[in-house]
Design a binder for this molecule. Structure first.
Ligand SMILES: Nc1ncnc2c1ncn2[C@@H]1O[C@H](COP(=O)(O)OP(=O)(O)OP(=O)(O)O)[C@@H](O)[C@H]1O
Ligand SMILES: [Mg+2]
Length: 580
């Protein structure tokens, strides 16, 4: 590996995109088993690199101070958010299929409000909405885990749902793709936003399958709930015949595959026919690369008129797709090979024929006839009702619990919560397996609980060996010296256009390591001082990845070692110079 100087192999671990609001100083309002509320107030934490120093001031609102707290009792999550509970919120559910104008209507309301927040499931959507509001002359900040762009006079912000602020108060708030409440790993962030955002009006956009659950969750909050149902704005036609062969591909088609290898194989096969060029979109591509690939596909004057994509295409990008073609209906979901679910099929298929695009009617089919029955039956079936929403204890609960069990590491604390938390019927405890994989590594280091927790909720995919090593080294250097210089593990100027699929994958991982550095720099500013360098190198990574994508196909990829000092005049070098 050219540019990451990694010292040792870390254990194979997985993805974590979990985030809770962390407030300091903070107060807790804990409900005792007997129903009394205990206020634990004026708690302050002074964070140092080694251990959090904490002052407690426990005060009880009744004479029951001898009662034993049950920190594992998560049956009243709505009480965790006193700001939101001070309001009787007007909650409007915009529910319907894809491409029915749900987000559009919610955003119209947001634009006309004096202050507001838009919560997106993905960075791409947060970017798009910030752009839309600013264009409409509504100054709007952008806040995601990895970027903060402030606009003068902004009273609005577009955020990724994990960054939703539950301490501020807004006139209007929007949570998009609210059915993600049911997501095994990220559902709890949607629950937190739903229960915790303090807004006069709260707009929820998503699949109607989430309506009964949301109504039940909000019964205890006293909010006023109303439901608006939407119909698709343009028709979606399931075809009776499969595509059969790539010879039948035409402009505006999007081939869906769930394997990265297949995506590149299909791109090559289609481009070898000499009629079409393909843009590609899949999850591990940098988000800015995904956006640029989508823009090129949408651009009528571009030669790239076909899209080859994974299910990353199902959400967050505005695409001019005429026809969706499922290359398969089987997907490996990290645990097993399984058929796509009804909501997944609908979400992906629904991307064809976007309202207002050049294709007023969407079509959908499969590569192989054997999948047509599943496609047709799924599109006709209602999505199964969502039964439960994700929930996870926030840092304050974990922290307070840890004071009672000082010998336990974060791994043991998390494990204990997962195994013993008490939940009401509408909730499930979020899958924190990936967080625990990080905790297993981080617990070995002399770090305070808050620092450990931060590493655990960082965007680390511990199954990605390079990223897992990057995270481990950042944490080790931070524990040892309290300051992490990027150059200790990364040599700027050594990045190059990948020669092979393997090199491309490696560059994608390096991009994620740099992204992780930027993420940490927003939370531990003094200890990760090289944000600017990390951001510019990250931008170079995505440009090099795009260069690979341009060359891949019927042109054989050439290799260019970027010599940025020698005054190379290539277009790529010129674009890269912008970041230096
Ligand atoms: N009333 C309208 N006037 C103009 N454009 C509209 C209107 N309603 C929707 N659109 C446009 O149609 C497209 C689809 O709308 P929108 O994104 O709101 O759908 P959605 O139901 O949120 O879809 P998804 O479930 O895929 O997120 C968008 O490009 C949007 O700007
Ligand atoms: Mg939408």
């Amino acid at each position: 590996m050219a540019s990451l100087l990694l010292r040792r192999k870390a254990s194979p671990l997985g993805l974590s995109r979990l985030l809770h609001g962390i407030t300091r100083p903070f107060s807790l309002h804990l409900e005792l088993k007997n129903g009394d509320v205990i206020s634990v107030s004026n708690l302050t934490r002074q964070f140092s690199s080694s251990s959090p120093k904490t002052n407690f001031d426990f005060t009880t609102s009744s004479s029951t101070s001898n009662s034993k707290f049950d920190f594992l009792d998560l049956t009243h999550p709505h009480t965790w958010y006193p700001n939101a509970r001070r309001k009787r919120r007007k909650v409007i559910l915009h529910m319907g299929p894809t491409n029915s104008g749900k987000t559009h209507h919610a955003l119209k309301r947001l634009e006309s409000s004096a202050s507001g927040i838009y919560c997106a499931p993905l960075r791409l959507l947060a970017w798009e909405v910030a752009k839309r509001l600013n264009k409409a002359k509504v100054p709007c900040n952008l806040v995601t885990g990895q970027e903060k762009e402030e606009v003068d006079g902004a009273k609005h912000k577009a955020v990724t749902v994990e960054m939703a602020d539950v301490t501020a108060s807004y006139d209007c708030a929007v949570i998009d793709e609210i059915q993600m409440l049911g997501c095994r790993t990220r559902g709890f962030s949607f629950t937190r936003a739903l229960l915790g955002i303090s807004a006069d009006e709260l707009h929820l956009c998503g699949d109607a399958a989430a309506v009964p659950l949301i109504q039940e969750m909000l019964e205890v909050t006293g909010d006023h709930v109303e439901v608006q149902l939407y119909e698709r704005l343009s028709p979606l036609v399931p075809l009776k015949v499969p595509l059969g062969s790539f010879n039948n591909i035409r402009t505006g088609d999007c081939i869906v595959s769930f394997s990265r290898k297949k995506i590149y194989q299909f791109k090559k096969q289609i481009e070898n026919g000499r009629k079409h060029l393909c843009s590609v979109v899949y999850g591990s591509l940098p988000p800015e690369t995904r956006t640029r690939q989508a823009t090129r596909f949408n651009d009528e004057s571009s030669e790239f008129d076909v899209l080859v994509a994974s299910d990353a295409v199902g959400m967050g990008l505005n695409l001019n797709i005429s026809r969706i073609i499922f290359s398969t209906m089987i997907k490996f979901d990290g645990v097993e090979e399984r058929e796509l679910t009804i909501p997944e099929i609908k979400q992906i298929a629904g991307r064809a024929g976007r309202y207002g695009s050049k294709f007023p009617v969407g079509e959908v089919t499969c590569m192989d006839a054997k999948f047509l029955p599943l496609l047709h039956s799924s599109l006709n079936a209602p999505s199964p009702t969502l039964e439960r929403a994700g929930l996870f204890p926030n840092f304050d609960l974990i922290f307070t619990y840890s004071r009672l069990h000082p010998k336990n590491g974060l791994y043991e604390i998390l494990e204990h919560f997962v195994e013993n938390a008490k939940l009401s019927a509408n909730y499930f405890i979020s899958d924190c397996e990936e967080m625990m994989k990080v905790a297993a590594v981080i617990d070995e280091l002399p770090l305070g609980l808050h620092d450990k927790y931060l590493f655990c909720i960082s965007p680390a995919e511990m199954d990605d060996e390079i990223l897992s090593q990057g995270l481990t080294q950042f944490a080790e250097n931070y524990a040892k010296k309290g300051i992490v210089r990027l150059r200790e593990i990364f040599t700027p100027g050594t990045l190059q256009v990948p020669k092979s699929q393997a090199a491309l994958k490696e560059l994608e991982s390096i991009h994620k390591v740099l992204d992780l550095y930027v993420w940490l720099s927003y939370r531990l500013e003094d200890s990760f001082p090289d944000r600017k360098l990390a951001s510019s190198q990250r931008a170079i990574c995505s440009l090099l990845i795009e260069e690979f994508l341009e060359r891949f196909g019927w042109q054989k990829p050439r290799t260019t070692m970027l010599n940025l000092q020698s005054g190379s005049t290539s277009l790529l070098s010129q674009r890269i110079r912008q970041y230096l």
